[in-house]
Design a protein around this ligand. Structure first.
Ligand code: SF4
Length: 270
């Protein structure tokens, strides 16, 4: 990796603006489409390409509020989750405003995108990241390779995170999860992943309490919560980062990998 000189943020801003300008149809970055609009830029949700009935703003800092909550008003702990709300448009005057808005939508996304394209983005493996954790997150250090792989499949694939996962478990153990097709690189496990890994470690530790069918206490708790929810007319999901709650999407994705095979007779698939 060559030594970097100069101002990375300024280089990234120029490169990002040039990349947008080179395309007649605009570019998709995460869940937004960015188009050149005269001397400025237009940013919209990718589902709002028709452009009707949008709430238009010219202030890049409005991106902070737009990206904070989902359509249903839930806080978004992970900006790269595919749950950005719709029906807004930012019409921005220049490169600085464009990158400022993008940094609210996808913090550090444009700089990471630029460094990745230049072959200069440094990555940090899960083991290296976990070795730095302390306090309540220290538990993530003890996760087995198999559980770490499943945690990444449950937490990082495109259905739940639009970043392209570049990190591995360690230098000798590549990630098995689908890394994703998006433009925004993920060079290191994020805090949401570390928090999820900590919860998955607690699932691993309770294996010693599995019953004669191999089911652990929290697996039975999850099955009961799903049955209760379905019997009451609908399963309501826990918030995105509430991994201690039974019906959390990433937790359920992990169960699909680890619990569903235990429940299905051999040879049947889901
Ligand atoms: S660690 Fe996983 S969930 Fe977190 S930003 Fe990267 S790809 Fe997304």
């Amino acid at each position: 990796m060559r030594e970097r000189t100069g101002n990375v943020a300024a280089e990234a801003r120029e490169a990002f603006a040039a990349w947008i300008s080179e395309s007649d149809d605009g570019r998709v970055f995460g869940e937004v489409r960015i188009e050149k609009d005269g001397s400025g830029y237009s940013i919209r949700h990718i589902e709002d390409e028709g452009g009707e009935n949008l709430d238009v703003s010219t202030d890049p800092t409005d991106a902070r509020e737009i990206s904070r909550f989902t359509e249903s008003g839930e806080y978004r702990p992970l900006k790269s989750s595919p749950n950005l709300r719709r029906r807004w448009e930012l019409r921005l005057s220049g490169e600085a405003a464009l990158v400022s808005a993008m940094n609210y939508f996808y913090p550090a996304g444009a700089v990471h995108w630029h460094l990745d394209r230049e072959g200069e983005l440094e990555t940090t493996s899960f083991r290296e990241n976990a070795s730095r954790q302390s306090g309540m997150y220290e538990r993530a250090k003890h996760l087995s390779d198999e559980a770490a792989q499943n945690a990444a499949k449950a937490c990082c694939e495109d259905d739940v995170c639009l970043k392209k996962t570049l990190w591995d478990i360690d230098d000798d153990t590549p990630l098995e999860a689908e890394r994703g097709d998006g433009e925004i690189p993920c060079p290191e496990p994020c805090s949401v992943f570390v928090s999820f890994a900590r919860r998955v470690r607690s699932f691993e530790k309770e294996e010693i309490y599995a019953d004669s069918d191999g089911l652990t206490p929290s697996e039975k708790e999850d099955i009961a919560a799903l049955v209760d929810g379905a019997a009451s007319g609908g399963v309501s999901f826990a918030r995105e980062a509430e991994f201690e709650e039974p019906v959390n999407e990433r937790r359920m994705r992990y169960r699909r990998l680890t619990l569903a095979p235990k429940l299905r007779p051999e040879g049947e698939s889901g």
